[in-house]
Ligand binder design. Structure first.
Ligand code: ADP
Length: 418
């Protein structure tokens, strides 16, 4: 399945050219962005990211990997990449990702050196990372995996919100405590409306290389139980295997170095499960919302990954405050309409603004103040929004098909003017 080239069009008035485009807009050509998280460090999240990326690659996908684990970037070592060497740039000043084992890779360690992440603390992390990832010349990718920092704090939360994620994977070890922490990770993704694609249990059963006997060093099956309890898919378990460590330390990940090993086969099976989990994602739809416009709080999602060429022309899959005067709507067919908020106020079709029987305009545009703006935008079912305005008006409902026609009409008007 190819990513639709998102036909971006502008309609009513607003100059969005001066607005910095968000990360969601700036990663065209990438089909799925998937975050890989864990409640705590040391569960093998980075190892899983690298090997899962390779397993997806083995299945024929084009895969990129972002080492977003800024405070402990270990991916370059696992892939045998030098750190602290500035990446090459294209003529258009875009960053050329490193390539290893057929994967495209970037890591903050490539910029900072792996022992100098101190400049990147707190909210700066997500800001830099967004800029960084958005400036990479990825080309077309089926998957871009983000190896998140461990934990469920603010950093992870902002990172999860900084990218148009298709979903997240949680890595856990089978122990009770690790599972409890994984549950917290799961909740975190749910809060920001990122679907959890599944749980990977790492360091599961240990198979003795000498006698072939199986031992459950950290118990077993906890990941599967957790998946069941929380209603998310279980993607699979990776055995505890000393070779994983050895390969990781030497820059030869196990999936490419020992493709016949039980661990490598487990990764390939997990990659297949992941593909299935992505196919099963519910059709895109906006959750109900009540959006405080000025503070930009409570707004709906922007489900760019749900756009497809055959998608609905009037199905909204995202709304966003592009700037204080511009409302953007993303349509399922990949189009985007930007509405100047005053134009929207003038386009109100409620009974106070338009005479029902004759269709005569009752609203005098000259009496609508220049700084009219929404106070609140609320979803109405899945087909419209209701807007409460700062001029006291609150009876207007804007159906999505009306908004799209309004946008298309304005476009036609613009084209005629040329
Ligand atoms: P995290 O990213 O969660 O901090 P890492 O991926 O850096 O964890 O892994 C921590 C350590 O565990 C590394 O030494 C790694 O080689 C080892 N490890 C990861 N997965 C396995 C496994 N399945 N079997 C044995 N060791 C593993």
């Amino acid at each position: 399945m190819a990513t639709p080239d998102l036909a971006q069009h502008r309609t009513a008035g607003a100059d969005t050219a001066t607005q910095p485009a968000s990360a969601a807009d700036r990663l065209p050509g990438i089909r799925h962005i998937i975050a890989i998280g864990s409640g705590k460090g040391g569960v093998g999240k980075s190892t899983v990211s690298v090997n899962l990326a390779l397993a997806l690659r083995q299945r024929g996908a084009r895969v990129g990997l972002v080492d977003a684990d800024i405070h402990g970037p270990s991916v370059p070592v696992m892939l045998g990449l030098p750190t602290g060497e500035p990446p090459a740039m294209t003529a258009e000043e875009r960053i050329v990702p490193a390539t290893r084992h057929g994967l495209k890779l970037i890591s903050m360690a490539m910029l900072t050196g792996d022992d100098n992440p101190a400049i990147l603390r707190g909210p700066m992390v997500s800001k830099y990372l967004r800029l960084f990832v958005g400036s990479v010349d990825w080309g077309r990718l089926d998957y871009l995996l983000l190896d998140l920092p461990p934990g469920t704090g603010d950093t992870q939360l902002t990172l999860a919100q900084s990218f148009p994620l298709s979903g997240a994977i949680i890595v856990t070890t089978p122990q009770e405590v690790s599972l409890r922490i994984a549950r917290r990770g799961l909740r975190m993704f749910e809060t920001v409306h990122v679907p959890v694609l599944g749980i990977v249990e790492n360091m599961s059963t240990f198979t003795c290389p000498h006698c072939g006997g199986a031992t459950d060093i950290f118990r077993r099956g906890g990941g599967a139980l957790l998946s069941q309890a929380l209603g998310v898919p279980f993607l699979g378990a990776i055995p505890l295997d000393g070779k994983v460590v050895e390969c990781g330390d030497e820059g030869r990940p196990i999936v490419s170095d020992r493709p016949e090993s039980a661990a490598a086969l487990a990764y390939v099976a997990i990659a297949a499960q992941l593909e299935r989990a992505l196919e099963r994602l519910p059709a895109a739809g906006l959750q109900p919302f009540e959006w405080a416009w000025e503070k930009n709080e409570g707004g709906p999602a922007w489900l760019e990954s749900a756009a497809r060429l055959a998608g609905g022309h009037t199905t909204a899959i995202g709304l966003r405050r592009r700037d204080p005067r511009t409302l953007s709507v993303l349509w399922e067919d990949g189009g985007r309409s930007d509405f100047d908020v005053r134009d929207l106020r003038l386009a109100c079709r409620c009974a106070f603004c338009v005479e029902e029987t004759s269709g005569r305009a009752l609203l005098d545009p000259k009496k609508v103040r220049a700084d009219v703006a929404p106070l609140k935008i609320k979803s109405v079912g899945n087909y419209a929004v209701a807007i409460t305005w700062n001029d006291g008006h609150s009876t207007g409902i804007y159906a999505f098909d009306y908004l799209r026609a309004f946008a298309d009409g304005n476009r036609a008007g613009e084209a005629e003017d040329v």
